[in-house]
Structures are given as structure tokens and as C-alpha cells.
Ligand binder design. Structure first.
Ligand SMILES: [Zn+2]
Ligand SMILES: [Zn+2]
Length: 400
């Protein structure tokens, strides 16, 4: 019988012994931010580090140039636990989403857990998932990996994200993107308006019609519709023959989201028809909503609590309103998953800001990274040592 407490203590110690190196990695990335799909230097740094730590590497994972997997297998076959790394930065604000800490924590927890769990069956895998911020050909790489079946044989996936508080779990909104291209007929706006078909009028009407959908929105489904008009004519004395709108539609309810995307599309078609214009709507699903896994949430939560940090009550987090979308949502739809967040700075620091990037380098930020890395490492070894928890997580996954 394995003593889980002993295992977790040893995972914590292994993380602590890497402190200097993890700080170096986070700092190097802070100083060398790279945009999504172009994270070549970070990719080199992280894969070299994992290779040095004896992981079996799969580089350019499933054809994605800056994705990787690094795995350690236990003595015998068993569950596969994944910890996810992100390493893309943002234009203008560098690591303003703190992905440098996500990368360091994934490396640190994977390596530490592999060392601590040596005698156990199963597999630990650090998965490098680029372009979380949705830029370039590898945009939303977790979705690409999901579509290629990568997460199907993973028993649990965990990660952390920098924030201004500590917490575990929470929801994320699914998102679809729509582009409406209206086609009309140009004509002299004063001399021969009767010969024109105003595409901008059709687009404006569609823009307003989508607004009007909001009143009937299901409140419990957290519907968000946001849009802009990206093209609306060339000169004011020409009736525009082309106008383009782009919309994002989000909800925490996957099925309802599809219904609302259809309704937004109908707004475009109906308004085009009303104006005698034509419209082409292209739509695609960007990210799925987050499917919570409460058994995993409880384990990861306890591993934060046990370190004495103040953590948001997980039930309150779970009941909270989801704010954003992430490609981690697509992982959660394929295997039991949970995220967590770490408090790296004061409450008033905005996300996607230079200030948040700077918080990743403060004493408080780096300490939070260490706490999070330990919580992840403890959770990995706990899941490997307690098959009953994974069984519960799987049951929850298939029944919710
Ligand atoms: Zn972000
Ligand atoms: Zn982020």
C-alpha cells in the first residue's frame, strides 16, 4: 500500500529543489516574449529542459510546429495524467497573461511528479500547447489536438493560470465566430439611389437585430454576443455594395450556443432579404465551454489548501459567472479536466496588461507559481496512487 502523504511530500520537495531553475525559465520567457505560433525559442527552452530530465519527447506534436509532449512511464501500464503548458505572449504587453508561469509550473510539476512517483504504474505527460491566445496557424492548439484525438486516452488533465487570487475549477464560455458578408449594388448616392442596393443598411439592420435577441436570452446560459462592422463602404457618395460584420457568440451551454448562433445567422439572412441584398455567413466554432469535473476539483483544491494559502471556496467558484473562453474547454470535453488559478498580484491588476506581466516577476508572483506547481505535482501523484479518485472522475465525466 502506497502512503499518499509520503508521496505528496516527496513531490513537494522535488518541486522545491527545482526552484532556481523554474524561476530562471519564467524570467527568461518574461524577457523574451513570443507571439502565438511563433514560440520557437520558448519551445526550444522547454523541450531541452524536459529532455534533460529524461522525458520521452514527441516534438512538433501531431504536426503543430511548437507543440510537444514529454512523458515518463511508470513501472507498469496505468492511468495517463497530463499537465498542460502554455507559452505564448501578447502583442504590446509581453507575458500580460502570465503564460511564462504556466510553462514553468507544467515543467516543474511534471518533472517533480515523475521523480516522486517512480514506483507507480501509469504515465505522466507534460503537453506543450501553443497559441492559446488564438494567433497564427497553431491558434487554439488544444482544439487541434482534440480534433486529432490526442486527449481521448488521457485520464485527467490539469493546469494553472495566473490571476489575482487562488482558486480551483470554474467555468469558461464556449465561443463561435461568425462573419457576415453583405453584397449589394453601387450607385450614385444622390443622382441614382433607386439603382443601388445598400449593403451597409443590411449590415446595420443585422447588427441591430442581433442586439434585439438579447432580451429573450436564457440568463442561466450566460449568453454574450459581441460584434463589429469591419467594412461599410468606400465613399459617402457611393451606395456601398459591400459591408462586413464579425460577431462572437458565447455561452456556457454548448447546445444553447448552437441555437443562438443559428438565430444570429437568421438575423443576417432576414435583414439582407429585407434590403434586397445578399449575404454569405461563415461560422465556425472556436472554443468549447468548460466541462467541470468536481472530483478532480476537490483533489486539486485540497492540495492548495494543504499549503496554507487562502483559496476561493471551490463551490463559489463553480457557481460564479464564467467570463472568458479558453481552448482548455475543448480538453475538458474530451477527458476529465480541471484548471486552477494562482494569485500573483493585487486584485486591481487587469488581465492582459503590462502590470500583470510584471507581477509574474515579483516575489509574490514567483512564490504563487511555486505553490501552484506543488499543488499540480501533488495532484498528479495522488491521482496515480488513488485509482478510485480517477474512477470517480471518469464516472462524473460520463454522467455530466
Ligand atoms: Zn489571455
Ligand atoms: Zn492566458
Amino acid at each position: 500500500m502506497v502512503d499518499v502523504k509520503v508521496l505528496k511530500d516527496s513531490a513537494k520537495k522535488e518541486v522545491e529543489s527545482q526552484r532556481k531553475r523554474l524561476v530562471e525559465i519564467a524570467k527568461w520567457m518574461y524577457e523574451n516574449p513570443e507571439l502565438g505560433s511563433e514560440e520557437f525559442k520558448a519551445y526550444e527552452l522547454l523541450t531541452a529542459e524536459l529532455e534533460k530530465q529524461g522525458a520521452k519527447m514527441e516534438k512538433q506534436l501531431l504536426g503543430i510546429p511548437t507543440a510537444f509532449s514529454a512523458s515518463w512511464r511508470g513501472k507498469t501500464k496505468g492511468p495517463k495524467i497530463a499537465v498542460l503548458a502554455e507559452y505564448d505572449a501578447l502583442p504590446g504587453v509581453g507575458h500580460g497573461c502570465g503564460h511564462n508561469l504556466i510553462a514553468a509550473s507544467a515543467i516543474g510539476s511534471g518533472v517533480a511528479a515523475a521523480k516522486a512517483a517512480k514506483g507507480l504504474p501509469g504515465e505522466i505527460v507534460v503537453v506543450g500547447t501553443p497559441a492559446e491566445e488564438g494567433r497564427g496557424p497553431s491558434a487554439g492548439s488544444k482544439v487541434i489536438l482534440a480534433n486529432k484525438g490526442f486527449w481521448n486516452d488521457v485520464d485527467a488533465a490539469i493546469m494553472l493560470h495566473p490571476a489575482t487570487r487562488f482558486g480551483v475549477g470554474g467555468k469558461a464560455l464556449g465561443i463561435w465566430q461568425l462573419k457576415m458578408e453583405f453584397k449589394g449594388q453601387t450607385s450614385h448616392a444622390a443622382a441614382s439611389p433607386e439603382k443601388g442596393i445598400n449593403a451597409l443598411n443590411a449590415a446595420t439592420l443585422a447588427y441591430m437585430a442581433t442586439h434585439m435577441l438579447r432580451q429573450e436570452a436564457r440568463r442561466d446560459a450566460n449568453l454574450v454576443i459581441h460584434g463589429i462592422i469591419t467594412e461599410g463602404g468606400m465613399a459617402s457618395n457611393i451606395i456601398p455594395d459591400r459591408a462586413v460584420c464579425e460577431f462572437g457568440v458565447r455561452s456556457s451551454d454548448e447546445k444553447y450556443l448552437v441555437t443562438m448562433v443559428d438565430k444570429v445567422e437568421r438575423c443576417a439572412q432576414g435583414c439582407a432579404m429585407a434590403m434586397g441584398a445578399q449575404v454569405t455567413v461563415t461560422k465556425h466554432k472556436l472554443y468549447s465551454s468548460m466541462k467541470p469535473n468536481i472530483p478532480l476539483v476537490k483533489v486539486l483544491y485540497q492540495n492548495y489548501i494543504d499549503q496554507g494559502v487562502t483559496v476561493d471556496d471551490w463551490q463559489e467558484t463553480q457557481a460564479g459567472i464564467p467570463m472568458a473562453s479558453t481552448d482548455f474547454g475543448d480538453v475538458s470535453q474530451k477527458c476529465p479536466s480541471t484548471g486552477s488559478y494562482i494569485g500573483i498580484g493585487p486584485e486591481n491588476v487587469p488581465g492582459h496588461s503590462k502590470q500583470l506581466a510584471d507581477c509574474t516577476m515579483t516575489k509574490e508572483g514567483l512564490e504563487a507559481m511555486m505553490v501552484g506547481t506543488k499543488a499540480l505535482a501533488m495532484t498528479i501523484v495522488e491521482l496515480l496512487a488513488k485509482p478510485e479518485v480517477l474512477k470517480e472522475a471518469k464516472e462524473y465525466f460520463s454522467t455530466h
